[in-house]
Design a binder for this molecule. Structure first.
Ligand SMILES: Nc1ncnc2c1ncn2[C@@H]1O[C@H](COP(=O)(O)OP(=O)(O)O)[C@@H](O)[C@H]1O
Ligand SMILES: [Mg+2]
Length: 282
């Protein structure tokens, strides 16, 4: 689905007069592969290069060196631009910047309309997309009246309506309250497990990465760690060195273990911890 090979991205810095004064290397030799249908989480502290990488997956940025292929299409090849952006949809942090329609269903219809989808089919797509994110009842409402989490689900519906094979979400829950966050993650998981849509989720919330098939941890433009959630979250000290947390229950298990309690590393849920501490309990 996605192949990134030895990607380097330099931003050009400019002085007050707009003249180039230097470069910032935001992505420094990143290679990764994502298979169709995978749920990938990308973690990393601020400035580690996550958003820059995300923009490469949607051909919003182009490699300084190296290459990116989306469904086999090279992002450096201008003739594939439209097809790439249709294949890999993008959801950003702030839902207010992504919603343009006055009515929810209208907003969701914009994407397919721009693609030239016949009117009849647009309505089918709007219905199916709003249902997929649990927002169908709100189709006649004004987006202004929705909560942050509801707006973000409408933006996701707008992306789904374009029938992408992959959705890149760049901190889609950063501006939401806990219940809005949970709804958005649930919608992402449903699309992934139900429709087989590949999901790339960039997040600050470790709990949201627990259900990923694979996690990439970024640091200073590089991939510092990669593995399953259990593998990554077992490496508590390394994560802390990268200024990242692990899920609370993982940290608790790790602390208990370091004090001599006989439980495994990489505990991800409170149920697992309970079972590890007292295996006989129901
Ligand atoms: N448009 C830009 N121009 C110059 N530097 C940028 C630009 N966008 C990001 N950067 C720099 O690139 C690095 C990576 O940024 P970014 O990809 O936004 O990281 P993250 O999303 O992990 O916070 C940072 O040092 C940031 O300051
Ligand atoms: Mg970012």
């Amino acid at each position: 689905m996605i192949k990134v090979s030895k990607l380097i991205h330099d931003y050009i810095q400019r002085d007050e007069d707009g003249n180039p004064s230097g470069t910032i290397r935001a992505i420094d030799d990143v290679s990764l592969d994502v298979k169709p249908g995978q749920f990938i989480a990308i973690l990393g502290h601020n400035g580690s290069g996550k958003s820059t990488l995300a923009k490469h997956l949607n051909a919003l940025l182009f490699p300084t060196e190296g290459a990116v292929w989306i469904n086999g299409l090279d992002t450096r090849d201008q003739q594939y631009l439209w097809e790439i952006r249709q294949t890999a949809g993008m959801v950003f942090q702030n839902p207010d910047n992504q919603i343009i329609g006055q009515v929810v269903e209208e907003d969701v219809g914009f994407g397919p309309e721009n693609m030239g989808v016949p009117t009849e089919e647009i309505w089918e797509r709007v219905e199916e997309s709003l249902k997929a994110v649990g927002m169908y009842e709100y189709r006649k409402k004004s987006p202004n009246r929705l909560s942050g989490g509801q707006k973000q689900r409408v933006s996701i519906a707008g992306v789904i309506a374009m029938h992408p094979r992959c959705i890149v979400m760049d901190e889609p829950t950063a501006m939401l309250d806990p219940s809005g966050r949970a709804d958005v993650i649930r919608a992402a998981l449903t699309l992934n497990k139900g429709e087989g849509i590949t999901i790339i989720l960039i997040t600050h919330y470790m709990e949201e990465a627990i259900q990923a098939d694979r996690i990439f941890v970024m640091d200073r433009g590089r991939i510092a760690m990669q593995g399953s959630p259990r593998e990554i979250f077992s490496r508590v000290e390394e994560m802390q060195e990268l200024h990242l947390d692990v899920p609370q229950v993982t940290l608790l298990a790790h602390t208990l273990r370091s004090r001599g309690v006989d439980i495994p590393e990489g505990i991800l849920t409170s149920e697992e911890l309970a079972r590890a501490i007292c295996p006989d309990a129901k």
